[in-house]
Design a protein around this ligand. Structure first.
Ligand SMILES: NC(=O)c1ccc[n+]([C@@H]2O[C@H](COP(=O)([O-])OP(=O)(O)OC[C@H]3O[C@@H](n4cnc5c(N)ncnc54)[C@H](O)[C@@H]3O)[C@@H](O)[C@H]2O)c1
Length: 341
């Protein structure tokens, strides 16, 4: 592997630009090519990054650009095709969450991962990189909770602006945020994935309730509450709200109840009376939101062969669970969750 990892950025919207700025600032990685099917997005990107050629399709990108790894930062329903095309072309791939937006496409993506075991395939499950969650995961792995029996997490985020007319994507023929975004998948997958990572036990079934009162322009319910059961017996409740009249909840309200202690947000309790501050290593990187740690981890795995913290195949299991949770809301039933193999 050459010393600088050459990246192609696929999907040049809000997140594509964030990752490009990040990749330009980090030593040892370099964005050398870009791609978007939407001309308006390519033109806006070219205005900001004139030195990076932007192609109109992934096949064109693969034919004309020389790169080592792809960042698939396309709209939620558009991850599978570029992901599989890049893996089959021998590239390492980082794919934003959710890994996919339907169960059949995730199954195809997992099959592609299995075809290419030597390539690094990571997913943007950024909450695994947050300092408090890193600490909670270490505590769980060390057995400091005793037996974990109940967990909670929320994705409570006002995303009404995603419905703005200027978010219409002419290449897709729709505003995917309104038509395709499934809040328990697109948002709820963040806290659910981190809870599943902490509890480290297969997720086996789920039941859901919800409504479309606060954000009726969305096709899927903007308010959904799901209760997941793990093989260990632990139970987790996850809420996704896309139109709360409130700021985002601190630390995604991540809460872990064990038989020895409880952690709630950045507080810990060892008895039935007092919360204390949890001691953890704070975030020191230049860029907020954990993106920097994700990309450094991806680059490190490419260079060293060490595993990434958020392998796409493992994260695919979280997305399958949240997709089944969305189905459970429709069918009003508790549903079993298929296992990723
Ligand atoms: N990890 C996080 O915290 C976080 C935060 C926000 C968004 N995201 C995720 O990042 C992804 C991008 O979000 P965004 O807000 O930038 O979306 P966006 O709609 O602004 O941009 C996505 C771009 O992908 C392009 N695209 C779609 N299909 C394509 C294809 N086959 N080839 C090339 N380009 C294609 C679209 O034309 C669009 O310009 C989404 O999956 C979203 O859920 C993650």
């Amino acid at each position: 592997m050459r010393s600088t990892i050459r990246l192609a950025v696929i999907g040049l919207g809000h997140i594509g630009k964030i990752y490009t700025h990040l990749a330009l600032a980090i030593e040892g990685i370099k964005p050398v090519a870009a791609c978007d099917i939407f001309e308006k997005a390519r033109l806006a990107y070219a205005g900001e990054f004139p030195q990076i050629p932007a192609y109109a399709s992934v096949p064109e990108l693969l034919a004309k650009a020389d790169f080592d790894a792809a960042l698939v930062l396309t709209s939620d329903p558009c991850h599978a095709e570029p992901f599989i095309q890049c893996l089959d072309a021998g590239k390492h791939v980082f794919v934003e969450k959710p890994v996919g937006n339907t169960i059949p496409e995730i199954q195809e993506m997992v099959t592609a991962i299995n075809r290419h075991p030597r390539q690094v395939v990571a997913s943007g499950h950024i909450l695994r990189y947050y300092p408090v969650n890193t600490k909670i995961k270490q505590m769980a792995a060390n057995g400091e909770f005793g037996d974990i029996f109940y967990l909670e997490g929320d994705y409570i985020h006002n995303l009404i602006e995603q419905g703005r007319p200027d978010r219409f994507n002419e290449a897709l023929g729709r505003n995917w945020y309104l038509e395709d975004e499934k809040p328990m998948v697109g948002g709820g997958c963040h806290p659910f994935d981190v809870l599943r990572w902490i509890v480290n036990s297969p997720v086996v079934s789920v039941a859901s309730m919800g409504n479309k009162i606060a954000f009726p322009a969305m096709k899927h319910e903007d308010c959904i509450v799901s209760i997941y059961q793990f093989a260990s017996g632990a139970v987790a409740k996850v809420t996704a709200l896309y139109a709360p009249v409130a700021p985002c909840t601190p630390f995604n309200n991540i809460t872990v109840y064990g038989t020895k202690c409880t952690v709630w947000r950045d507080q810990i309790c060892f008895d039935d009376k007092t919360w204390q501050s949890l001691q953890y290593e704070p975030y020191r990187e230049k860029f907020g939101h954990g993106f920097e740690r994700e990309i450094l981890d991806f680059a490190n795995a490419i260079r060293t062969g060490q595993p990434v913290r958020a392998p796409a195949k493992d994260c695919a299991q979280s997305e399958i669970a949240t997709l089944i949770a969305t189905e459970a809301l429709r069918s009003n039933n508790k549903l079993d969750i298929p296992q990723v193999v």
